[in-house]
Design a protein around this ligand. Structure first.
Ligand code: SAH
Ligand code: SF4
Ligand code: F3S
Length: 496
Protein backbone atom coordinates (compact mmCIF):
# COMPACT_ATOMS: atom_id res chain seq x y z
CA UNK A 1 0.00 0.00 0.00
CA UNK A 2 1.26 3.42 -0.93
CA UNK A 3 1.45 5.22 2.42
CA UNK A 4 1.04 8.95 2.40
CA UNK A 5 2.05 9.61 6.04
CA UNK A 6 0.19 12.88 6.06
CA UNK A 7 -0.21 14.45 9.44
CA UNK A 8 -3.61 15.95 9.55
CA UNK A 9 -3.91 18.42 12.39
CA UNK A 10 -6.66 20.90 12.46
CA UNK A 11 -5.84 24.59 12.76
CA UNK A 12 -7.49 24.39 16.19
CA UNK A 13 -5.07 21.71 17.34
CA UNK A 14 -2.07 23.56 15.93
CA UNK A 15 -3.08 26.55 18.04
CA UNK A 16 -3.44 24.29 21.07
CA UNK A 17 0.08 22.93 20.64
CA UNK A 18 1.37 26.50 20.65
CA UNK A 19 -0.74 27.52 23.61
CA UNK A 20 0.28 24.38 25.56
CA UNK A 21 3.97 24.97 24.90
CA UNK A 22 3.74 28.13 27.02
CA UNK A 23 2.33 26.20 30.01
CA UNK A 24 4.57 24.79 32.74
CA UNK A 25 1.95 22.35 34.01
CA UNK A 26 -0.71 20.47 32.03
CA UNK A 27 -4.19 22.06 32.19
CA UNK A 28 -6.30 20.26 34.80
CA UNK A 29 -9.35 20.13 32.56
CA UNK A 30 -9.38 17.02 30.38
CA UNK A 31 -9.60 17.58 26.65
CA UNK A 32 -7.52 18.40 23.58
CA UNK A 33 -5.51 21.20 25.21
CA UNK A 34 -4.34 18.88 28.00
CA UNK A 35 -3.45 16.22 25.41
CA UNK A 36 -1.60 18.82 23.33
CA UNK A 37 0.50 19.60 26.42
CA UNK A 38 1.45 15.92 26.72
CA UNK A 39 2.35 15.70 23.03
CA UNK A 40 4.83 18.53 23.58
CA UNK A 41 6.15 16.73 26.66
CA UNK A 42 6.54 13.42 24.74
CA UNK A 43 8.40 15.28 22.03
CA UNK A 44 10.91 16.47 24.61
CA UNK A 45 11.38 12.98 26.05
CA UNK A 46 11.75 11.37 22.63
CA UNK A 47 14.30 13.89 21.44
CA UNK A 48 16.37 13.46 24.64
CA UNK A 49 16.38 9.67 24.18
CA UNK A 50 17.31 10.03 20.54
CA UNK A 51 20.35 12.07 21.48
CA UNK A 52 21.48 9.36 23.89
CA UNK A 53 20.79 6.57 21.39
CA UNK A 54 22.34 8.44 18.50
CA UNK A 55 19.44 7.48 16.24
CA UNK A 56 15.76 8.21 15.60
CA UNK A 57 13.06 6.39 17.57
CA UNK A 58 10.41 4.48 15.62
CA UNK A 59 6.86 3.20 16.06
CA UNK A 60 4.55 0.64 14.51
CA UNK A 61 0.76 0.49 14.95
CA UNK A 62 -0.96 -2.77 13.96
CA UNK A 63 -4.74 -2.73 13.55
CA UNK A 64 -7.16 -5.62 13.94
CA UNK A 65 -10.90 -5.42 13.27
CA UNK A 66 -13.18 -2.97 11.54
CA UNK A 67 -12.98 0.46 9.97
CA UNK A 68 -13.63 2.13 13.33
CA UNK A 69 -10.40 0.63 14.55
CA UNK A 70 -8.63 1.66 11.33
CA UNK A 71 -9.78 5.19 11.93
CA UNK A 72 -8.70 5.10 15.59
CA UNK A 73 -5.29 3.87 14.47
CA UNK A 74 -4.92 6.90 12.23
CA UNK A 75 -5.33 9.02 15.36
CA UNK A 76 -2.81 6.92 17.29
CA UNK A 77 -0.27 7.22 14.46
CA UNK A 78 -0.82 10.95 14.21
CA UNK A 79 -0.12 11.34 17.93
CA UNK A 80 3.00 9.17 17.73
CA UNK A 81 4.34 11.15 14.78
CA UNK A 82 3.69 14.49 16.45
CA UNK A 83 5.43 13.11 19.54
CA UNK A 84 8.56 12.72 17.47
CA UNK A 85 8.53 9.03 16.53
CA UNK A 86 9.22 7.93 12.96
CA UNK A 87 6.99 5.30 11.34
CA UNK A 88 8.67 1.89 10.94
CA UNK A 89 7.66 -0.58 8.27
CA UNK A 90 7.53 -3.56 10.66
CA UNK A 91 7.19 -4.38 14.33
CA UNK A 92 10.97 -4.04 14.64
CA UNK A 93 10.37 -0.67 16.31
CA UNK A 94 10.84 1.18 19.61
CA UNK A 95 7.11 1.52 20.27
CA UNK A 96 4.72 -1.18 19.05
CA UNK A 97 1.00 -0.70 19.54
CA UNK A 98 -1.68 -3.29 18.79
CA UNK A 99 -5.18 -1.90 18.33
CA UNK A 100 -7.24 -4.99 19.05
CA UNK A 101 -10.61 -6.46 18.04
CA UNK A 102 -12.69 -9.02 19.91
CA UNK A 103 -15.76 -9.45 17.73
CA UNK A 104 -14.95 -13.13 17.16
CA UNK A 105 -12.72 -15.55 19.06
CA UNK A 106 -10.16 -15.81 16.23
CA UNK A 107 -9.42 -12.07 16.51
CA UNK A 108 -8.17 -12.73 20.08
CA UNK A 109 -6.16 -15.77 19.05
CA UNK A 110 -4.38 -13.76 16.36
CA UNK A 111 -3.42 -11.03 18.85
CA UNK A 112 -1.73 -13.43 21.25
CA UNK A 113 0.06 -15.05 18.32
CA UNK A 114 1.45 -11.69 17.19
CA UNK A 115 2.45 -10.75 20.76
CA UNK A 116 4.40 -13.97 21.16
CA UNK A 117 6.16 -13.47 17.85
CA UNK A 118 7.56 -10.14 19.08
CA UNK A 119 10.15 -11.94 21.23
CA UNK A 120 12.92 -11.80 18.61
CA UNK A 121 12.59 -8.02 18.30
CA UNK A 122 12.44 -7.68 22.09
CA UNK A 123 15.71 -9.56 22.50
CA UNK A 124 17.38 -7.26 20.01
CA UNK A 125 15.92 -4.10 21.53
CA UNK A 126 15.27 -4.61 25.28
CA UNK A 127 13.98 -1.07 25.77
CA UNK A 128 11.24 -1.60 23.22
CA UNK A 129 7.78 -0.65 24.52
CA UNK A 130 4.72 -2.73 23.69
CA UNK A 131 1.22 -1.31 24.10
CA UNK A 132 -2.27 -2.73 23.63
CA UNK A 133 -5.53 -0.88 23.13
CA UNK A 134 -8.92 -1.27 21.49
CA UNK A 135 -11.97 -3.45 21.98
CA UNK A 136 -10.34 -6.55 23.48
CA UNK A 137 -8.86 -4.44 26.25
CA UNK A 138 -12.36 -3.60 27.49
CA UNK A 139 -12.72 -7.22 28.65
CA UNK A 140 -11.75 -7.97 32.24
CA UNK A 141 -10.56 -11.53 31.52
CA UNK A 142 -8.18 -10.34 28.84
CA UNK A 143 -6.75 -7.66 31.13
CA UNK A 144 -6.09 -10.31 33.78
CA UNK A 145 -4.38 -12.48 31.21
CA UNK A 146 -2.10 -9.60 30.17
CA UNK A 147 -1.42 -8.62 33.77
CA UNK A 148 -0.40 -12.09 34.83
CA UNK A 149 1.11 -13.62 31.71
CA UNK A 150 2.43 -10.74 29.59
CA UNK A 151 4.42 -8.59 31.98
CA UNK A 152 6.52 -7.24 29.13
CA UNK A 153 3.50 -5.29 27.86
CA UNK A 154 4.14 -1.71 29.02
CA UNK A 155 0.80 -0.03 28.44
CA UNK A 156 -2.83 -1.10 28.15
CA UNK A 157 -5.74 1.24 27.49
CA UNK A 158 -9.27 0.85 26.17
CA UNK A 159 -11.69 2.32 23.68
CA UNK A 160 -13.12 4.99 26.00
CA UNK A 161 -9.85 6.73 26.81
CA UNK A 162 -8.14 6.56 23.43
CA UNK A 163 -8.15 10.34 23.25
CA UNK A 164 -5.94 10.34 26.34
CA UNK A 165 -3.20 8.49 24.48
CA UNK A 166 -0.69 11.40 24.58
CA UNK A 167 -0.89 11.45 28.37
CA UNK A 168 -0.62 7.66 28.64
CA UNK A 169 2.26 7.59 26.17
CA UNK A 170 4.11 10.11 28.27
CA UNK A 171 3.59 8.08 31.46
CA UNK A 172 4.65 4.94 29.65
CA UNK A 173 7.87 6.49 28.35
CA UNK A 174 8.80 7.57 31.88
CA UNK A 175 7.89 4.33 33.66
CA UNK A 176 9.28 0.81 33.87
CA UNK A 177 6.17 -0.81 35.28
CA UNK A 178 3.11 -2.01 33.43
CA UNK A 179 0.41 0.68 33.13
CA UNK A 180 -3.19 -0.45 32.76
CA UNK A 181 -5.72 2.32 32.28
CA UNK A 182 -9.10 1.06 31.17
CA UNK A 183 -12.37 2.76 32.05
CA UNK A 184 -15.84 1.31 31.73
CA UNK A 185 -17.43 4.28 30.13
CA UNK A 186 -16.74 7.79 29.04
CA UNK A 187 -19.22 9.84 27.13
CA UNK A 188 -16.78 12.53 26.12
CA UNK A 189 -16.17 13.04 22.43
CA UNK A 190 -12.89 14.87 22.10
CA UNK A 191 -12.60 16.76 18.83
CA UNK A 192 -9.53 18.03 17.02
CA UNK A 193 -6.97 15.31 17.80
CA UNK A 194 -4.31 15.10 15.11
CA UNK A 195 -4.19 12.04 12.88
CA UNK A 196 -2.05 10.46 10.22
CA UNK A 197 -4.11 9.79 7.14
CA UNK A 198 -3.38 6.53 5.33
CA UNK A 199 -4.59 7.87 1.99
CA UNK A 200 -4.26 11.38 0.62
CA UNK A 201 -7.47 11.22 -1.42
CA UNK A 202 -9.97 9.32 0.71
CA UNK A 203 -10.78 9.23 4.37
CA UNK A 204 -13.08 7.70 6.95
CA UNK A 205 -15.04 10.13 9.13
CA UNK A 206 -16.58 8.98 12.42
CA UNK A 207 -20.10 10.26 12.73
CA UNK A 208 -20.97 8.30 15.86
CA UNK A 209 -19.44 5.97 18.41
CA UNK A 210 -20.73 2.94 20.28
CA UNK A 211 -23.88 0.90 19.76
CA UNK A 212 -27.22 0.52 21.53
CA UNK A 213 -28.61 -2.41 19.62
CA UNK A 214 -27.43 -5.35 21.68
CA UNK A 215 -27.80 -7.99 19.01
CA UNK A 216 -27.64 -11.05 21.25
CA UNK A 217 -24.48 -12.53 19.67
CA UNK A 218 -22.49 -9.29 19.62
CA UNK A 219 -19.90 -7.96 22.03
CA UNK A 220 -19.49 -4.53 20.41
CA UNK A 221 -22.01 -2.67 22.66
CA UNK A 222 -20.11 -3.94 25.72
CA UNK A 223 -16.68 -2.89 24.53
CA UNK A 224 -17.59 0.29 22.65
CA UNK A 225 -20.22 1.63 25.01
CA UNK A 226 -23.46 3.49 24.32
CA UNK A 227 -24.26 5.19 21.05
CA UNK A 228 -23.03 8.80 20.86
CA UNK A 229 -23.38 10.99 17.78
CA UNK A 230 -20.97 13.76 16.92
CA UNK A 231 -22.40 17.23 16.39
CA UNK A 232 -23.22 17.74 12.69
CA UNK A 233 -21.24 20.99 12.72
CA UNK A 234 -18.09 19.15 13.85
CA UNK A 235 -18.56 16.49 11.18
CA UNK A 236 -19.06 19.02 8.39
CA UNK A 237 -16.06 21.05 9.57
CA UNK A 238 -13.94 17.88 9.42
CA UNK A 239 -15.22 17.01 5.93
CA UNK A 240 -14.53 20.56 4.73
CA UNK A 241 -11.00 20.40 6.10
CA UNK A 242 -10.46 17.05 4.41
CA UNK A 243 -11.76 18.41 1.10
CA UNK A 244 -9.42 21.39 1.41
CA UNK A 245 -6.63 18.89 1.95
CA UNK A 246 -7.39 17.07 -1.33
CA UNK A 247 -9.75 14.33 -0.14
CA UNK A 248 -12.37 13.41 -2.78
CA UNK A 249 -14.06 10.42 -1.12
CA UNK A 250 -15.37 10.14 2.42
CA UNK A 251 -16.69 7.08 4.23
CA UNK A 252 -19.02 8.01 7.09
CA UNK A 253 -18.51 5.54 9.91
CA UNK A 254 -20.74 4.21 12.68
CA UNK A 255 -22.03 0.86 13.95
CA UNK A 256 -25.52 1.90 12.89
CA UNK A 257 -25.37 5.08 10.83
CA UNK A 258 -29.12 4.98 10.24
CA UNK A 259 -29.76 5.95 13.85
CA UNK A 260 -27.35 8.91 13.66
CA UNK A 261 -28.40 12.03 15.50
CA UNK A 262 -30.44 10.57 18.33
CA UNK A 263 -29.70 12.28 21.63
CA UNK A 264 -28.17 15.43 20.14
CA UNK A 265 -29.54 18.70 21.50
CA UNK A 266 -30.96 19.35 18.08
CA UNK A 267 -31.76 15.95 16.57
CA UNK A 268 -30.61 15.55 12.97
CA UNK A 269 -31.36 12.48 10.85
CA UNK A 270 -28.73 10.58 8.92
CA UNK A 271 -30.48 11.53 5.68
CA UNK A 272 -30.22 15.22 6.62
CA UNK A 273 -26.55 14.84 7.55
CA UNK A 274 -25.85 13.24 4.15
CA UNK A 275 -27.41 16.22 2.42
CA UNK A 276 -25.06 18.53 4.31
CA UNK A 277 -22.02 16.41 3.44
CA UNK A 278 -23.13 16.44 -0.18
CA UNK A 279 -22.87 20.24 -0.22
CA UNK A 280 -19.16 20.22 0.60
CA UNK A 281 -17.24 21.31 -2.50
CA UNK A 282 -14.46 18.99 -3.55
CA UNK A 283 -16.04 15.85 -2.10
CA UNK A 284 -17.06 13.75 -5.07
CA UNK A 285 -17.94 10.43 -3.50
CA UNK A 286 -19.76 9.61 -0.29
CA UNK A 287 -19.93 6.12 1.21
CA UNK A 288 -21.13 5.01 4.64
CA UNK A 289 -21.26 1.99 6.86
CA UNK A 290 -22.89 0.22 8.59
CA UNK A 291 -26.62 0.44 7.88
CA UNK A 292 -28.88 -1.48 10.22
CA UNK A 293 -31.94 -2.61 8.23
CA UNK A 294 -34.34 -1.79 11.07
CA UNK A 295 -33.49 1.93 10.94
CA UNK A 296 -33.16 2.54 7.21
CA UNK A 297 -35.65 5.32 6.48
CA UNK A 298 -37.57 6.23 3.34
CA UNK A 299 -35.92 9.64 3.61
CA UNK A 300 -32.54 7.97 3.27
CA UNK A 301 -33.69 6.09 0.16
CA UNK A 302 -34.91 9.39 -1.34
CA UNK A 303 -31.66 11.16 -0.53
CA UNK A 304 -29.61 8.33 -2.08
CA UNK A 305 -31.81 8.37 -5.15
CA UNK A 306 -31.44 12.10 -5.71
CA UNK A 307 -27.74 12.32 -4.90
CA UNK A 308 -24.95 12.85 -7.37
CA UNK A 309 -22.28 11.91 -4.82
CA UNK A 310 -23.58 9.03 -2.69
CA UNK A 311 -22.24 5.81 -4.19
CA UNK A 312 -24.81 3.24 -5.36
CA UNK A 313 -23.55 0.63 -2.94
CA UNK A 314 -25.07 -0.33 0.38
CA UNK A 315 -23.75 -2.67 3.05
CA UNK A 316 -26.90 -4.03 4.65
CA UNK A 317 -26.08 -6.85 7.09
CA UNK A 318 -28.90 -9.37 7.31
CA UNK A 319 -27.20 -12.00 9.55
CA UNK A 320 -29.85 -14.67 8.90
CA UNK A 321 -32.82 -15.39 6.65
CA UNK A 322 -34.83 -17.04 9.39
CA UNK A 323 -37.34 -14.70 11.04
CA UNK A 324 -37.32 -16.96 14.08
CA UNK A 325 -33.56 -16.58 14.50
CA UNK A 326 -33.64 -12.86 13.69
CA UNK A 327 -35.93 -12.49 16.67
CA UNK A 328 -33.56 -14.48 18.88
CA UNK A 329 -30.76 -12.27 17.58
CA UNK A 330 -32.73 -9.14 18.59
CA UNK A 331 -32.47 -7.70 15.10
CA UNK A 332 -35.97 -6.15 14.96
CA UNK A 333 -36.84 -7.15 11.38
CA UNK A 334 -38.08 -10.27 9.65
CA UNK A 335 -37.08 -12.02 6.46
CA UNK A 336 -40.14 -10.50 4.76
CA UNK A 337 -39.54 -6.95 5.94
CA UNK A 338 -35.89 -7.18 4.89
CA UNK A 339 -36.86 -8.41 1.42
CA UNK A 340 -39.40 -5.63 1.21
CA UNK A 341 -36.72 -3.09 2.12
CA UNK A 342 -34.43 -4.49 -0.58
CA UNK A 343 -37.13 -4.19 -3.20
CA UNK A 344 -37.88 -0.59 -2.19
CA UNK A 345 -34.19 0.21 -2.41
CA UNK A 346 -33.82 -1.44 -5.80
CA UNK A 347 -37.02 0.22 -7.01
CA UNK A 348 -35.57 3.63 -6.21
CA UNK A 349 -31.95 2.94 -7.19
CA UNK A 350 -32.13 0.22 -9.87
CA UNK A 351 -28.42 -0.39 -10.21
CA UNK A 352 -27.74 -0.54 -6.46
CA UNK A 353 -25.05 -2.96 -5.31
CA UNK A 354 -25.79 -4.74 -2.07
CA UNK A 355 -23.42 -6.44 0.30
CA UNK A 356 -24.13 -8.12 3.61
CA UNK A 357 -22.90 -10.01 6.66
CA UNK A 358 -24.17 -13.49 7.48
CA UNK A 359 -23.75 -15.59 10.60
CA UNK A 360 -23.91 -19.38 10.43
CA UNK A 361 -24.45 -21.60 13.45
CA UNK A 362 -26.25 -19.17 15.76
CA UNK A 363 -27.64 -21.10 18.79
CA UNK A 364 -30.71 -23.09 17.86
CA UNK A 365 -30.17 -22.81 14.10
CA UNK A 366 -31.88 -25.80 12.43
CA UNK A 367 -31.49 -27.01 8.86
CA UNK A 368 -34.83 -25.30 8.14
CA UNK A 369 -33.53 -21.96 9.48
CA UNK A 370 -30.43 -22.38 7.39
CA UNK A 371 -32.53 -23.09 4.29
CA UNK A 372 -34.27 -19.75 4.91
CA UNK A 373 -30.88 -18.05 4.82
CA UNK A 374 -29.97 -19.77 1.55
CA UNK A 375 -33.34 -18.76 0.14
CA UNK A 376 -32.87 -15.13 1.15
CA UNK A 377 -29.40 -15.04 -0.37
CA UNK A 378 -30.77 -16.45 -3.63
CA UNK A 379 -33.55 -13.90 -3.71
CA UNK A 380 -31.50 -10.83 -2.85
CA UNK A 381 -28.57 -11.72 -5.11
CA UNK A 382 -25.87 -9.92 -3.14
CA UNK A 383 -22.90 -8.48 -4.95
CA UNK A 384 -20.76 -9.65 -2.07
CA UNK A 385 -21.23 -11.13 1.37
CA UNK A 386 -19.09 -11.71 4.42
CA UNK A 387 -19.92 -15.04 6.01
CA UNK A 388 -19.02 -15.72 9.63
CA UNK A 389 -19.13 -18.79 11.81
CA UNK A 390 -20.99 -17.89 14.98
CA UNK A 391 -18.49 -17.22 17.75
CA UNK A 392 -19.53 -17.47 21.37
CA UNK A 393 -18.67 -14.22 23.16
CA UNK A 394 -18.62 -14.33 26.94
CA UNK A 395 -21.14 -11.97 28.49
CA UNK A 396 -23.51 -11.79 25.52
CA UNK A 397 -27.03 -13.29 25.87
CA UNK A 398 -26.43 -15.78 23.04
CA UNK A 399 -23.43 -17.28 24.84
CA UNK A 400 -25.79 -18.46 27.58
CA UNK A 401 -28.35 -19.91 25.18
CA UNK A 402 -28.77 -23.65 25.21
CA UNK A 403 -28.73 -25.62 21.95
CA UNK A 404 -25.39 -24.27 20.65
CA UNK A 405 -24.86 -25.72 17.17
CA UNK A 406 -22.11 -28.35 16.96
CA UNK A 407 -18.99 -27.37 15.11
CA UNK A 408 -19.23 -29.94 12.36
CA UNK A 409 -22.76 -28.90 11.37
CA UNK A 410 -21.83 -25.21 11.50
CA UNK A 411 -18.76 -25.73 9.30
CA UNK A 412 -20.70 -27.77 6.82
CA UNK A 413 -23.40 -25.07 6.54
CA UNK A 414 -20.73 -22.40 6.32
CA UNK A 415 -19.20 -24.11 3.27
CA UNK A 416 -22.56 -24.43 1.55
CA UNK A 417 -23.39 -20.78 2.17
CA UNK A 418 -19.97 -19.61 1.06
CA UNK A 419 -20.20 -21.38 -2.28
CA UNK A 420 -23.65 -19.89 -2.87
CA UNK A 421 -22.61 -16.31 -2.07
CA UNK A 422 -19.48 -16.65 -4.19
CA UNK A 423 -21.40 -17.94 -7.16
CA UNK A 424 -24.03 -15.17 -6.88
CA UNK A 425 -21.39 -12.54 -6.26
CA UNK A 426 -19.38 -13.57 -9.30
CA UNK A 427 -22.46 -13.43 -11.52
CA UNK A 428 -23.69 -10.11 -10.11
CA UNK A 429 -20.30 -8.45 -10.15
CA UNK A 430 -19.76 -9.19 -13.81
CA UNK A 431 -22.86 -7.25 -14.86
CA UNK A 432 -20.80 -4.16 -15.72
CA UNK A 433 -18.62 -5.90 -18.29
CA UNK A 434 -18.41 -3.80 -21.45
CA UNK A 435 -19.54 -0.60 -19.72
CA UNK A 436 -17.56 2.54 -18.98
CA UNK A 437 -17.26 3.37 -15.27
CA UNK A 438 -15.75 6.26 -13.40
CA UNK A 439 -12.88 4.86 -11.39
CA UNK A 440 -11.05 6.48 -8.49
CA UNK A 441 -7.43 5.33 -8.78
CA UNK A 442 -6.19 4.12 -5.39
CA UNK A 443 -2.85 2.47 -5.93
CA UNK A 444 -0.28 1.01 -8.26
CA UNK A 445 -1.02 -2.68 -8.82
CA UNK A 446 1.08 -4.76 -6.46
CA UNK A 447 1.84 -7.57 -8.89
CA UNK A 448 2.26 -5.54 -12.07
CA UNK A 449 3.59 -2.00 -11.79
CA UNK A 450 2.37 -1.06 -15.30
CA UNK A 451 -1.17 -1.26 -13.92
CA UNK A 452 -3.11 0.85 -11.43
CA UNK A 453 -5.97 -0.29 -9.23
CA UNK A 454 -9.11 1.67 -8.50
CA UNK A 455 -12.75 1.37 -7.54
CA UNK A 456 -15.98 2.00 -9.38
CA UNK A 457 -18.90 3.76 -7.64
CA UNK A 458 -20.32 0.27 -6.99
CA UNK A 459 -17.14 -0.53 -5.09
CA UNK A 460 -15.77 -2.95 -7.68
CA UNK A 461 -12.02 -3.22 -8.12
CA UNK A 462 -10.59 -2.48 -11.57
CA UNK A 463 -7.02 -2.95 -12.81
CA UNK A 464 -5.93 -0.99 -15.88
CA UNK A 465 -2.77 0.44 -17.44
CA UNK A 466 -1.54 3.58 -15.71
CA UNK A 467 1.09 5.02 -13.39
CA UNK A 468 1.46 6.33 -9.89
CA UNK A 469 0.80 9.93 -10.94
CA UNK A 470 -2.83 8.87 -11.36
CA UNK A 471 -3.35 7.94 -7.69
CA UNK A 472 -6.20 9.99 -6.24
CA UNK A 473 -7.60 11.01 -9.63
CA UNK A 474 -10.66 9.81 -11.53
CA UNK A 475 -10.55 8.01 -14.87
CA UNK A 476 -13.29 6.78 -17.21
CA UNK A 477 -12.47 3.13 -17.70
CA UNK A 478 -13.93 0.60 -20.14
CA UNK A 479 -14.38 -2.65 -18.18
CA UNK A 480 -13.16 -5.09 -20.79
CA UNK A 481 -13.22 -8.27 -18.73
CA UNK A 482 -14.81 -9.46 -15.50
CA UNK A 483 -12.72 -11.88 -13.41
CA UNK A 484 -15.01 -12.90 -10.60
CA UNK A 485 -14.76 -10.06 -8.14
CA UNK A 486 -12.57 -7.68 -10.11
CA UNK A 487 -12.24 -6.28 -13.60
CA UNK A 488 -9.51 -5.48 -16.04
CA UNK A 489 -10.04 -2.54 -18.35
CA UNK A 490 -8.55 0.40 -20.21
CA UNK A 491 -8.92 4.11 -19.85
CA UNK A 492 -11.14 5.83 -22.38
CA UNK A 493 -9.75 8.84 -24.11
CA UNK A 494 -11.19 11.99 -22.59
CA UNK A 495 -12.33 12.98 -26.08
CA UNK A 496 -13.51 9.52 -27.14
N1 SAH B 1 -22.65 -2.82 13.46
C1 SAH B 1 -22.52 -3.65 12.36
C2 SAH B 1 -21.61 -4.84 12.51
C3 SAH B 1 -20.41 -4.83 13.33
S1 SAH B 1 -19.65 -6.39 13.58
C4 SAH B 1 -23.90 -4.18 12.02
O1 SAH B 1 -24.78 -4.27 12.84
O2 SAH B 1 -24.05 -4.60 10.91
C5 SAH B 1 -19.50 -7.00 11.94
C6 SAH B 1 -20.15 -8.31 11.71
O3 SAH B 1 -19.55 -9.30 12.54
C7 SAH B 1 -21.62 -8.39 12.06
O4 SAH B 1 -22.44 -7.89 11.07
C8 SAH B 1 -21.82 -9.87 12.25
O5 SAH B 1 -22.15 -10.50 11.05
C9 SAH B 1 -20.46 -10.36 12.71
N2 SAH B 1 -20.46 -10.77 14.10
C10 SAH B 1 -20.67 -10.01 15.18
N3 SAH B 1 -20.63 -10.76 16.30
C11 SAH B 1 -20.40 -12.04 15.90
C12 SAH B 1 -20.26 -13.28 16.58
N4 SAH B 1 -20.36 -13.37 17.89
N5 SAH B 1 -20.01 -14.39 15.84
C13 SAH B 1 -19.91 -14.30 14.51
N6 SAH B 1 -20.04 -13.17 13.82
C14 SAH B 1 -20.29 -12.04 14.51
FE1 SF4 C 1 -23.22 -5.55 17.06
FE2 SF4 C 1 -25.74 -5.38 16.42
FE3 SF4 C 1 -24.47 -3.21 17.28
FE4 SF4 C 1 -23.91 -4.20 14.91
S1 SF4 C 1 -25.87 -3.33 15.52
S2 SF4 C 1 -22.46 -3.56 16.45
S3 SF4 C 1 -24.13 -6.39 15.20
S4 SF4 C 1 -24.92 -5.06 18.45
FE1 F3S D 1 -13.80 -5.49 16.34
FE2 F3S D 1 -14.24 -3.49 17.93
FE3 F3S D 1 -14.68 -3.23 15.36
S1 F3S D 1 -14.70 -5.59 18.37
S2 F3S D 1 -15.24 -5.27 14.71
S3 F3S D 1 -12.74 -3.59 16.27
S4 F3S D 1 -15.84 -2.28 16.99
Amino acid sequence: MERSDIIFESEEFRQMLLQASAMEEPPVKDGSLRQAWFINRCRGIVSEREQKLGRRMTFCVVTFGCQMNERDSEKLRGILQLSGFLPASSEDADFVLYNTCTVRENANVRLYGRLGALSTYRKKNPSMKIALCGCMMQEKDEIERIRSGYKYVSLVFGTHNLYRFPELLCRCLLSDTQIIDVVDRDDTIVEDLPLERTYAFKSGVNIMFGCNNFCTYCIVPYVRGRERSREPGDIIREVENLARDGVVEVMLLGQNVNSYGKGLDREVSFAALLQEVEKVDGIERIRFMTSHPKDLSDDLIEVMKGSGKICPHLHLPVQSGSSRLLKKMNRHYTKESYLDLVSRLRGAIPDLSLSTDLIVGFPGETEADFQETLDLVRRVEYDSAFTFLYSRRTGTPAAAMEDQVDEKTAHERFDRLLSLVQETGRRRSSRFEGSVQRVLVEDVNRQDSTLVTGRTPHNLVVHFPGDKEMIGTFADVLLTQAHGFYYTGREMNASG
